[in-house]
Design a protein around this ligand. Sequence first.
Ligand code: AMP
Ligand code: GLY
Length: 435
Amino acid sequence: MKLLVIGRGGREHALAWKLACSSRAEKVFVGPGNAGTIGGPGGKIIPAKLDPLDFQACVAFCKAESIGLVVVGPEDPLAAGIVDALESEKIRVFGPSKAAAQLEASKVFSKSLMREALVPTADFQVCDHPQIARTYIDSQIEPLVIKADGLAAGKGVIVCDNAEQARRAVDRIMVREEFGKGVGRQVVIERRLQGQELSVLALVSGRCVMRLEAAQDHKAAFDGDKGPNTGGMGAYSPAPIATPEILEKIDEEVFIPTIHAMKRRKSPYKGCLYAGMMLCPQGPKVLEFNCRLGDPETQPVLMRLKTDLLDLLEAVVDERLEEFADKVAWDPRPAICVVLAAQGYPGSYQKGTPIHGLEAASKLPDVQVFHAGTARNARDEVVTDGGRVLGVTAMGDTIELARKNAYEAIKLIKFTGMQFRADIGSKALATPRSN
Ligand code: AMP
Ligand code: GLY
């Protein structure tokens, strides 16, 4: 079967790599991909010049290449309706419809759905005018988080320490529209929660929800969870903090009621549903839903997956996921992904800086260097082309060894301005294993 992965990040490189490992995959196109999405296992990975938001071009490509399955990586095309566009042309695609992708694309939609379905989440208020928002902020005592309603490339959430910061956040989102026009027409103002974050991804199809192994992301830019929030600076799986009891609670209190509520709204969910959780003293609460796999969580999670990913994704699309109940196999060894970012990220950064040492790093045992923001320049050198540049992912018999392997590989890679967190995985080391 010929496959097409839509997207250009580290998650998409990891998806293409894992799909190429399937004996049933003949070719894995990645559109538009990055400098890493070429060759791969069996030389099956092929870049495709595609704009994920140009649905007509995607349909034409799928027809011309007889693509058997499309896997959509990022949220933007999902929220814009790529699944609806492909399905209307009878092209098989993994991902939720435009209506179901609202769970990520609109914070107001997802918070309202959680309230209706009694899914545990932070108390909140929706405001559609900056003055109403300011008045609400002034009536609150606890620290708040201000969230733009629409998609803002992961930047529309501002975690505040005090009312002054919250008022400034409202101003940035609603008045100055720093995160895009229309994105902040409404804001969600919610209670700031305390605890450890956990990323729980599940495949969802028909009535079946199948959780993947849990992961922990590192959202803050700098060591010790300091600095501004980013798309994610590193992740590891499994997450020792995710006990079987916590995961069962998340199934019962989060995934099942959410899937039912989506069905009641006549927008059944199909694809990957990502629950961003905060493990609070009162129990796990949802911070956000994403309608896709996480980046960088996908990199360590897929490295541990032993079951054929193509089989699993097809079962979701064909609504026969229950065939895999209790049959998904995982490598018990932990995996860890450390993101190498460009200087200045998550603010502005330079592109076009040459990257050295990639070949040496990828030759190390138990290491995969997944590309994210990379491209090839006119001299055919691999250069930086985004904020998050590479996801160095490694396995080991223990989390300590996985970390050691990842950081050893990083020592071989160099580009001017390269920055990364040196403490990815340290929380896992501090948590005793319970399972
Ligand atoms: P979101 O896009 O809603 O997940 O927010 C991005 C990040 O902001 C989360 O991963 C958390 O680190 C942080 N965050 C969001 N909501 C809250 C909250 N209610 N309390 C504390 N931190 C939050
Ligand atoms: N790592 C966070 C996300 O994928 O949204």
